[in-house]
Design a protein around this ligand. Structure first.
Ligand SMILES: Cc1cc2nc3c(=O)[nH]c(=O)nc-3n(C[C@H](O)[C@H](O)[C@H](O)COP(=O)(O)OP(=O)(O)OC[C@H]3O[C@@H](n4cnc5c(N)ncnc54)[C@H](O)[C@@H]3O)c2cc1C
Ligand SMILES: NC(=O)c1ccc[n+]([C@@H]2O[C@H](COP(=O)([O-])OP(=O)(O)OC[C@H]3O[C@@H](n4cnc5c(N)ncnc54)[C@H](OP(=O)(O)O)[C@@H]3O)[C@@H](O)[C@H]2O)c1
Length: 350
């Protein structure tokens, strides 16, 4: 029987392999993270995601705990799961330490807004009140989702992820993202990695193996397409990938795999490297360059997938798609609406 894992029933995976996909000299660090899921019973399909419950960085946890007048092994009942845990476990695994909710500040009797737990605890010096009260008022740690970058056909006992690392400002400090730092820097082969699998309802491969697919995926947006292509390798359907990143020599993720499929005549591969020339060159510019092919594929029933950044990329790609359709059809709005209705325009953006 297949076990269904959820936020409240997590599978503990282990790290199998991890390496940086960018070459030396790159301005980015994006990791290939392979997780061992043997004996989990997880059955996934291309397009699915993995939800990871990360832990906070040990130093950041120690910093928070240093403001408590309570030992770190103080037992508490987690207000959400009702399980008995120590204060240390709670701050490590169950709290978003980069948030100080208003209700917590009110309870601590302090005014103003604070970017994280440490900055508000600094205001009071030492926390002596009830630990359980404090924990109840903290923002919860939420799962982080990652597109599965491998198919079960290619790797039945492990799941590959493509994870980009970065830092972002919290108050006056630059801090790494919690989930990405956990996967890329904190875990080793011995760390239990709590996770569950989330099946996609919409970002699915066509049932008909002959249906052509167009995949637009800059950056980590390319992750699900590796799974798509592993699944469709050797099949009758035409595949077209438009990948984008900063620099061709340093940031071409899984180039060997894509090039091999291209050489075998199983993939049309187009790339847009944004920082190899003065003017930005993005995936949507590549689509525009190949507007006749795009229209021909769409008219032949191709599915168009867009994955990656939601804020700018996806909107810009959809604008260019609309412009291309305008040139070929008198009712572009209706055409796109129809594509969405027929599930031929599929977005997985974040
Ligand atoms: C369906 C879905 C699929 C996803 N697939 C992938 C995937 O395959 N690979 C992947 O790497 N991520 C993926 N993500 C994003 C991922 O879930 C996390 O949001 C991401 O790793 C950041 O989480 P974090 O815990 O590291 O950062 P947090 O600690 O949550 O910090 C987030 C903060 O950092 C900023 N931030 C987020 N990303 C960046 C960035 N790249 N550069 C600079 N600042 C940033 C945000 O504005 C926010 O303020 C996906 C998200 C969804 C919803
Ligand atoms: N501050 C933030 O909140 C923040 C910042 C970055 C990423 N993110 C999130 O992290 C996700 C993963 O990031 P990632 O590192 O994999 O890659 P990414 O930041 O999405 O970058 C991948 C490629 O897309 C290009 N790009 C930038 N703007 C674009 C646009 N409007 N249209 C098309 N392409 C565009 C980038 O070029 P250039 O970089 O050369 O412009 C780069 O070549 C993003 O999708 C996003 O959700 C968040």
């Amino acid at each position: 029987m297949t076990t269904v894992y959820t936020k409240d029933r997590l599978f503990l995976a282990r790290l199998k392999e991890r390496y940086v996909l960018n070459k030396l000299g790159s301005t980015k660090q994006t990791y290939h993270v392979s997780l061992d899921i043997k004996d989990s019973g997880i059955q996934h399909q291309p397009g699915d995601t993995l939800a990871i419950m990360p832990s906070n960085q040990p130093d950041a946890v120690a910093n928070v705990l240093s403001y408590f007048d309570h030992p770190s092994d103080t037992p508490i009942i987690d207000p959400r799961s009702k399980k008995l845990v120590t204060l240390h476990e709670f701050i490590t695994q169950r709290v978003n330490i980069n948030r100080a909710p208003k209700k917590l500040l009110e309870s601590l009797g302090i005014d103003g807004s604070f970017p994280d737990l440490v900055s508000c605890l600094q205001e009071i010096g030492l926390y002596k009140d009830s630990v359980e009260k404090f924990c109840t008022l903290c923002a919860p740690m939420l799962p982080r989702f990652y597109s599965i970058a491998s198919s079960m056909q290619a790797s039945p006992h492990s799941i590959d992820l493509l994870v980009s690392t970065f830092t972002h400002p919290v108050g006056t400090r630059e801090v790494p993202g919690v989930g990405s730092d956990f996967l890329c820097h904190q875990i080793d082969e011995k760390t239990p990695i709590p996770l569950y699998h989330q099946a996609t309802k919409h970002f699915l491969l066509p049932e008909n193996l002959h249906t052509p697919i167009i995949m637009v995926g800059p950056g980590t947006g390319v992750a699900p397409y590796r799974a798509f292509l592993q699944e469709r390798e050797g099949g009758p359907g035409k595949n077209w990938l438009i990948f984008g990143e900063r620099q061709k020599n340093y940031d071409f993720y899984y180039e060997d795999f894509f090039r091999e499929m291209e050489a075998n005549g199983e993939l049309i591969l187009d790339t847009a490297f944004s920082r190899d020339q003065d003017k930005k060159h993005y995936v949507q510019h590549k689509l525009m360059e190949h507007k006749d092919r795009l229209w021909q594929w769409l008219e032949n029933g191709a599915l168009l997938y867009v994955c990656g950044d939601a804020k700018r990329m996806a909107k810009d790609v959809l604008n260019v798609l609309e412009n291309i359709i305008v040139e070929n059809c008198s009712d572009p709005g209706g055409y796109i609406k129809n594509m969405r209705k027929e599930k031929r325009l599929l977005l997985d953006v974040y």
